[in-house]
Design a protein around this ligand. Sequence first.
Ligand SMILES: Cc1cc2nc3c(=O)[nH]c(=O)nc-3n(C[C@H](O)[C@H](O)[C@H](O)COP(=O)(O)OP(=O)(O)OC[C@H]3O[C@@H](n4cnc5c(N)ncnc54)[C@H](O)[C@@H]3O)c2cc1C
Length: 237
Amino acid sequence: MNVLIIYAHLEPKSFNGALKDLAVSELTSLGHQVKVSDLYAMNFKAVADQDDFDTIQDENFFKYQIEQGNAAKTNSFSDDIQVEQEKLRWADFVIFQFPLWWYSVPAILKGWFDRVFASGFVYGKDIGRYDKGGLKGRKAMLSTTTGSPEYAYTPYGMDGDIHEKILYHINHGMLYFAGLEPVEPFIAWTPARDEENRQRYLSEYRSRLHRLSEIPSIPYHPTSHYDNNHQLKVEYR
Ligand SMILES: Cc1cc2nc3c(=O)[nH]c(=O)nc-3n(C[C@H](O)[C@H](O)[C@H](O)COP(=O)(O)OP(=O)(O)OC[C@H]3O[C@@H](n4cnc5c(N)ncnc54)[C@H](O)[C@@H]3O)c2cc1C
């Protein structure tokens, strides 16, 4: 498989760095092709703006999505965006490696989504979204670390259910929206706390990497299960 790792951590010696390094070495030794986008090392631009396009279609009123659609048709995204989009076309499986920040992804990764998951590339009138999104046929997995413990991220826990309340907006709102098929996330809880758990997480992650194609997908509904008002049809509730 062609595996793309989108990695967002400032410190190479961090636990996120260790998980990323482990993925590169294990997947490579298993015969996969691996590419890494190390966003901080690349100094990846996080802010979406006019510089993301070689030409601006409407100079009087700048609307980012319209300019994205135009750039997708005319191949006029800035070079850094085009390079990332090319990696996504190449990939069969995308791993996102990041620490959980404010219940979400660090800004540099959010900016990567804003700029790379462009209208006209991963979604749009001519493409669709969710199961019809532009990246369909590819799988994706979140691999994240937390500062709060696992029990805080349960349905009645202080932080809320990690799957339904915290990671849903990434798995459903970004990955699945773009056509990717999200699989169950890998979560290393509070890796900063103790060495014993860190070794366990590395070992669990290694096993997971060995069965990448068998990781269960998150069972989201296809668009055909919704009616014209975007409501889930009664028979699927
Ligand atoms: C802006 C911000 C917002 C945040 N928001 C949230 C939030 O909403 N929810 C939440 O839960 N947390 C939050 N946090 C906390 C954050 O999620 C954690 O600090 C982070 O996930 C810890 O991961 P790390 O890779 O940075 O760990 P590190 O602190 O870098 O690593 C932990 C330890 O692992 C060691 N290590 C590295 N490599 C190895 C190896 N190979 N083997 C064994 N040990 C190794 C390191 O030496 C280090 O001691 C936030 C933090 C910030 C800065």
